[in-house]
Each structure stands twice: as structure tokens, then as C-alpha cells.
Design a protein around this ligand. Structure first.
Ligand SMILES: Cc1cc2nc3c(=O)[nH]c(=O)nc-3n(C[C@H](O)[C@H](O)[C@H](O)COP(=O)(O)OP(=O)(O)OC[C@H]3O[C@@H](n4cnc5c(N)ncnc54)[C@H](O)[C@@H]3O)c2cc1C
Length: 388
């Protein structure tokens, strides 16, 4: 295992992905941590465009400079309801993984107090303000660490949580002739068949000839790689009616959708997906990580204990679990749920709700538009802890 420069650090980050970089960048920009030793550990440097983040946002965001594309309108398409939707005051934005990594590395390079170490962590332990022990293969690294943030996600192994997977394969395609309207993104297209379970596609144009086209499922099992590709080809050819194109980039991802209870503080302070920042019912994570990083950094500035940070409000966890319950037991097709949501509610209200930022009155209004019986049954079962 490579060795560290020192054996004592103020902040150690296990994992160097979105959550760690979002928090670290805020710390570095503040100038308040320049006298502190910071160590980040990941199994490998970020040299590839391994993911593309999309999210909606009202204001100028922390990573605004590297927003690759933005859309003021989104479309929702299905055979039950189709519409172009204005989402003001939000914009739908895209950030490419590689742009974010390079942007952060450039900043990190300016700070001599930040050290990066590459090694694969098999397991680790830490007690606040004390010894951090990291094991990798037969080797052990022992450090003193005042604060440890962990973003390496390991499912907690408990039996009761509902676990679905959001899995997707995407191609950045380029057409011969101009085809896309760069101002219009398709956020969900349920015109794909539903034989594999809840499945949809989305189309994110970055210019008139290029778009990221993704085929996504919310199901229990993954598909064979070949099946994602067949479905993508079918969607692009039969539904979008694009005859000539070439694939210029690939993306494959799996995001956990789970009712698992995440603790912000257990072995260390958990951030990102490992800290429960992935919304159980949608898989969206980017904005939750940004909000969480803001809260953490505020506590660090003021010297207050991080233990007082609140997790996801219980009622939003409940809504997520009810929706997961329905998707898991397939008591209502996802296509029906999302079509109803977008048909009967203003898109901006749906986005606010999915952001966990709606008021109770707004939530009740949205919930009242959904088919009563399946949701009521799932809510009762969820309240009683019956998940099978
Ligand atoms: C392909 C893809 C696309 C996504 N798109 C969106 C999107 O559009 N919108 C959205 O809101 N969310 C999206 N997500 C979900 C979420 O935003 C991302 O997963 C995000 O990167 C989560 O940040 P994180 O820091 O928790 O995890 P990561 O960014 O995955 O960081 C974890 C880090 O830990 C490292 N690591 C893991 N195991 C070990 C180990 N044993 N030893 C050492 N290092 C280790 C990894 O190399 C990684 O760098 C997407 C996820 C994927 C996979």
C-alpha cells in the first residue's frame, strides 16, 4: 500500500467521488482549512467520464461554471400522457463527470495541505479523534484522524429493506444531419415496452447533432448488457426514428433504490450514497449531496458538532418507501404513476416534491391525484412494517 506523508490528519475522506469532492471544494474555497491536513483516499484517480449528472436547480449552483448543458423545458412522454413542460423556476442541468473531476483536481493542486492516496480499501475502523485503521489486501495503514468522512457504500445487509435497482445504459450519439432541439430534453419517455418492469428512456441533447440517450429500469434484477443495447437501438430507431447515427460515448450505471435506513454517523460520518443522499424512490442524488455538503460545511465553520445534523425528514422517507413498495410489488406500473403525477400536477410542483422541499399541504395535494387504493394499501403495509 502506498504510504501517506504524515501520520496525523485533520480530515480524511474515504472515497473521492461526488460527495467528497463537493464537500472538499467548499472547504477549500472558504480558505478556513488552509492550516489543516486533509487526506483523500480512493482506489483510483478519476480519469474517465464515468457518469453524467442531471438535476434540476433554481439558483446558480456551486458547480455552475461546469454546467455542460441546461434546459428550461422538459418533455414527459407515454401513451397515457405526453406533454412539453415548462419547469420554471427550475432549469434541468447536466454536468459531465470528467469536467467535475478535472475542475476539482485543478483546485486541489493549488492546496499543499491536501494529499491524495490511491489504494483499494477492504475495510477500515475509526474512533472520533483517534486511530484510523485501513486494510487493503494484507497491508494495514494506521493514521491519526480527527474527522473521517466515508462515501464508500456497502449495503447494510439487513433483510427487511426493499431493494430495487435503478440501472441504465446510455449512449452519447451523433447524427449525420441536425436532429435535436438543444433546448428540449426528454426527461422520461415511457413509450418503451414495459416487459422488463418499469422502464423508460430519456434524451438529453447537447447540440443539434448530439444527445445522450439512456435506457433506464427500476427493477430487482439487471439485464444482460446485450439487452440494454438492443433496447437502446430499438428506441433510437423505432421511437425516435433516427436512422443514421454513431455512438461516441457509453455510460452504464446502477443506483441503489432502497428503504434501507442510513445513518449519518456510525463508523464515521457517512456522506453521498453511503450517507443516504440517494433518494430511494428516484435515484436522484446530485442535489441532495450539494445540500448536505452545504450543511456540513456550515457546521464545520461554526465549530458545532456534526451530530446535530438532521437526516431526511421522516415523512419524505415514508413517501419514498411507499412508492418503492408499489414498484417492488408491482401493484401499479411505474408508467401509470409517473404519467398521473405529471398529468395532474404542475411539473415544478412535482420537482419540488421530489426534492423533499414541498410543504405538507402541497404533498397532500399531489398525493390526492394518485390512484387511492394501491397507495393506501402500500402506506398501511409500510406503516405496519410489512414489506414482503
Ligand atoms: C453512471 C451514473 C450516473 C448517475 N447519474 C446521476 C444523475 O444524473 N443525477 C443524479 O442525481 N444522480 C446520478 N447518479 C447517482 C449519484 O449522483 C452518483 O452515484 C454520485 O457519484 C454519488 O456520489 P458518491 O460520492 O456517493 O459516490 P461516488 O461518486 O461513486 O464516489 C465513491 C468513491 O468511492 C470510491 N470507492 C468505492 N469503493 C472503494 C474502495 N473499496 N476503496 C477505495 N475507494 C473506493 C470510488 O472509486 C468512488 O470514487 C449517477 C450514478 C451513476 C453510477
Amino acid at each position: 500500500m502506498p504510504r501517506t506523508k504524515f501520520n496525523q490528519y485533520d480530515h480524511v475522506f474515504l472515497g473521492m467521488g461526488l460527495a467528497s469532492l463537493s464537500l472538499l471544494m467548499r472547504m477549500l474555497r472558504s480558505g478556513k482549512f488552509s492550516g489543516q491536513r486533509i487526506l483523500l483516499i480512493d482506489r483510483e484517480p478519476k480519469t474517465k467520464n464515468d457518469r453524467t449528472w442531471c438535476f434540476w436547480e433554481k439558483e446558480t449552483g456551486f458547480f455552475e461554471e461546469i454546467v455542460y448543458q441546461r434546459w428550461p423545458h422538459i418533455s414527459f412522454l407515454s401513451d397515457e400522457y405526453s406533454a412539453g413542460l415548462a419547469i420554471s423556476p427550475y432549469e434541468y442541468k447536466m454536468i459531465r463527470g470528467i469536467d467535475l473531476y478535472n475542475y476539482c483536481y485543478k483546485e486541489i493542486d493549488k492546496h499543499e495541505n491536501v494529499e491524495l492516496l490511491y489504494t483499494s480499501i477492504d475495510n477500515w475502523s475509526w474512533q472520533a479523534n483517534q486511530q484510523l485503521t485501513i486494510r487493503s489486501g494484507n497491508e494495514t495503514l494506521e493514521l491519526e484522524a480527527a474527522m473521517v468522512f466515508n462515501s464508500i457504500y456497502v449495503p447494510n445487509g439487513a433483510k427487511d429493506p426493499i431493494r430495487l435497482l435503478q440501472h441504465f445504459k446510455g449512449w452519447m450519439i451523433e447524427t449525420e444531419e441536425p436532429f435535436f432541439d438543444r433546448n428540449k430534453a426528454i426527461m422520461m419517455d415511457f413509450r418503451v415496452h414495459q416487459d422488463h418492469g418499469t422502464s423508460f428512456a430519456y434524451v438529453l441533447p447537447v447540440n443539434e447533432k448530439q444527445a445522450l440517450v439512456e435506457y433506464t429500469l427500476f427493477t430487482k434484477e439487471l439485464l444482460a448488457q446485450q439487452t440494454y443495447e438492443e433496447e437502446l437501438k430499438d428506441y433510437i430507431g423505432r421511437i425516435l426514428k433516427i436512422k443514421q447515427y454513431r455512438v461516441i460515448e457509453n455510460e452504464f450505471g446502477i443506483i441503489p433504490m432502497t428503504s434501507e435506513k442510513f445513518r449519518f454517523r456510525d463508523k464515521a460520518y457517512n456522506i453521498g450514497t453511503a450517507g443516504g443522499q440517494t433518494k430511494g424512490s428516484s435515484g436522484y442524488t446530485f442535489q441532495f449531496i450539494q445540500k448536505n455538503a452545504d450543511q456540513i460545511v456550515e457546521k464545520l465553520f461554526s465549530g458545532a458538532s456534526l451530530d446535530s445534523l438532521k437526516g431526511v425528514p421522516a415523512r419524505f422517507r415514508f413517501y419514498d418507501n411507499v412508492l418503492l413498495h408499489i414498484l417492488y410489488h408491482e401493484t401499479l406500473p411505474g408508467k401509470k404513476i409517473f404519467s398521473t403525477l405529471f398529468k395532474k400536477n404542475a411539473a415544478s410542483q412535482v420537482l419540488k416534491f421530489l426534492d423533499n422541499e414541498s410543504s405538507l399541504a402541497e404533498e397532500l395535494k399531489i398525493i390526492s391525484t394518485l390512484p387511492t387504493m394501491p397507495f393506501l394499501k402500500a402506506a398501511i403495509r409500510e406503516s405496519l412494517g410489512i414489506r414482503d
